[in-house]
Design a protein around this ligand. Structure first.
Ligand code: ATP
Ligand code: MG
Length: 554
């Protein structure tokens, strides 16, 4: 419920775009009787990715903006690649993003109607059964500069075509033996109009219709009919379908549909360091390059969710990138910026030491365990405070110490004083090295009068560092990520061989109670989420969502 309210609030800021301009004109001219009806039509052949999120936000928000409706339609006209696992994940992802469809449909529910429409076209002399092989059809098609050649089967009579098409349906022929083609224009400058195939034979079990059909409609023929059956007004799709629009319009014109929907194309989302093709992502899963579709490195909605992204951040991102007619590349830093912005004042902060170096406070009494009070959020006072153990033996980050400090290094080095977050001012006095010369322990002193909250402010220190108490520290597992895709020297995306690093870290005891799905800021490190699947009473596994620093330039 809270999620839905958020969506409506987010919606108020939906900026206008060229699609809304088209809709405004349609409303003014009373085309479609003032109705606005969109749909999101995924093919259930994989999990949705961040590119689909753009389409989801666009379709659902547009409907909301105009008090219209938006359907979720599974475009399941290809029996071979589709699966109910994908259907379920897609429904879950759309809901998680905060949207609710008006109606849910399967394109395969319209197979009967599509068959009837094909009969209508055949009777009108607008479709024919062709015996050319796929290869021959390709050879006949011509090129951008040369017209195509007509098929020798093009002038079969309607009666003959009806019988052959009936036989195609009955299963008389093998896959590829015959196809049904639209009879349009073999010399059209638009190759999509050169008698495109509209039905093919595929003897395969369909996830919805089982073995009822062995002929399946092609996308370009099926899609306009699906839209028209549902009363869609604005059929929004990506730019690569621009050249297919004449065929979309042809199908509905020849079928004499009233108030046919109109197809509008927008530029798909491209993101740096990201490959967005279900086929490619499926290969990553199948080849075990990643653990699963919801591996936190995946650009899938399920992966982003497990990584710790929020629906609010993803919607904000989709809003900021806007909608246009020109393809472009979006910097993934913008997506990271959006999640930081969203989590900034939502989550509590905790101290975690990832690469520990031991600190002994030599003038702190042994056997004493003191509690210091630390605020839960720097951004939001109302989040209150928590009490954290402080004692003689602590851990700090190894890179918060330098034996010989660089210029402007304000953290620990021999003789320097720093603030230990929420506790005391501490001076590094000396260090202990092992036989290889590696520093393994810092010997420090504290100034008891500098206790945080005591009002002490007599001298300024430049560095504040985090720490954990050695005895009460909780061991947690961190999964730190870098991009799954990186660029090689030619600017090509390749798989990053080093996209995940798993290691143990020391956390303050409060994280012992972290529940799966809880997000935190790890002070000075970044945002983290307790992994949904791997976190339980005994094990705390945290996924890095994003680091603190932004490389996003406005
Ligand atoms: P993929 O190539 O990743 O499988 P697709 O376009 O084949 O993507 P569909 O399931 O057909 O996937 O897509 C459903 C809807 O999502 C379509 O309307 C499609 O245009 C849109 N969509 C897919 N990828 C993107 C993207 N990168 N940016 C914006 N919209 C997209
Ligand atoms: Mg597709």
């Amino acid at each position: 419920m809270a999620e839905i309210e958020k969506t409506e609030a987010a919606n108020e800021q939906i900026s206008s775009n060229f699609i809304h301009t088209i809709i405004d004109k349609d409303l003014e001219s009373q085309t479609y009787g003032g109705r606005v009806y969109t749909r999101f039509p995924p093919e259930p052949n994989g999990y949705l990715h961040i590119g689909h999120a753009k389409s989801i936000c666009l379709n659902f928000s547009t409907a909301q903006k105009y008090n219209g409706k938006c359907n979720l339609r599974f475009d399941d006209t290809n029996p071979v690649k589709e699966d109910t696992e994908y259907v379920e994940s897609i429904e879950a992802d759309v809901k998680w993003l905060g949207f609710q469809w008006d109606k849910l449909f399967f394109a395969s529910d319209y197979f009967d109607k599509m068959y009837e429409c094909a009969i209508t076209l055949i009777k009108k002399g607008k479709a024919y059964v062709c015996d050319l092989s796929a290869e021959e059809i390709k050879q006949h098609r011509g090129t951008l500069t040369e017209p195509g050649k007509e098929s020798p089967y093009r002038n079969r009579t309607a009666l003959e075509n009806l019988e052959l098409f009936e036989n195609m349906k009955k299963g008389v022929y093998q896959d590829g033996e015959k196809v049904l083609r639209a009879k349009i224009d073999m010399s059209s400058p638009n190759i999509n109009m050169r008698d495109p195939v509209i039905y093919r034979i595929t003897h395969a079990e369909h996830h919805n219709t089982g073995d009822k059909w062995c002929i399946y409609p092609m996308y370009d023929y099926a899609h306009p009919i699906e839209d028209a059956i549902e009363g869609i007004t604005h059929s929004i799709c990506t730019l690569e379908f621009e050249d297919h629009r004449p065929l979309y319009d042809w199908v509905l014109r020849e079928l004499e549909w009233n108030e046919p929907p109109q197809q509008i194309e927008f530029a798909r989302l491209n993101l740096t360091n990201t490959v967005m093709s279900k086929r490619y992502l499926k290969a990553l899963v199948d080849n075990r390059n990643v653990e699963s579709w919801d591996d936190p490195r995946m650009p899938t909605i399920a992966g982003l969710r497990r990584r710790g992204f929020t629906p609010e951040a993803i919607r904000d991102f989709c809003e900021r990138i806007g909608v246009s007619k020109a393809n472009s590349m979006v910097d993934i830093a913008l997506l990271e910026h959006c999640i930081r912005e969203d989590l900034k004042d939502k989550v509590d902060s905790r101290m975690v030491v990832m690469n520990p170096l031991k600190v002994v406070i030599t003038n702190y009494p042994e056997g004493i365990d003191e509690l210091v009070e630390i605020e839960n959020s720097k951004e939001d006072e109302t989040k209150g405070t928590r009490r954290v153990h402080f004692s003689r033996e602590l851990y700090v980050e190894r890179d918060d110490f330098m034996e010989i400090p660089e210029k402007k290094y304000f953290r620990l080095y021999p003789g320097n004083e720093v603030r230990f977050k929420g506790a005391y001012f501490i001076t590094c006095q000396d260090m202990v090295k092992d036989e290889n010369g590696t520093v393994i322990e810092l010997r420090c002193t504290y100034d008891p009068s500098t206790r945080s909250g005591s009002g002490f402010d007599a001298r300024k220190v430049k560095g504040t560092i985090h720490w954990v108490d050695a005895k009460t520290a909780e061991k947690i597992t961190i999964r730190a990520y870098s991009y799954l895709m990186i660029e090689d020297e030619n600017g090509e995306n390749i798989l990053n061989p080093d996209s995940m690093r798993t290691f143990e870290a020391f956390a303050e005891p409060a994280l012992k109670d972290a529940k799966p799905g809880e997000r935190y800021q790890f002070f000075r490190h970044g945002y983290y989420i307790a992994d949904e699947l791997l976190t339980n009473d005994n094990d705390k596994v945290f996924n890095q969502i994003v680091d603190l620093k932004s490389s996003w330039k406005k």
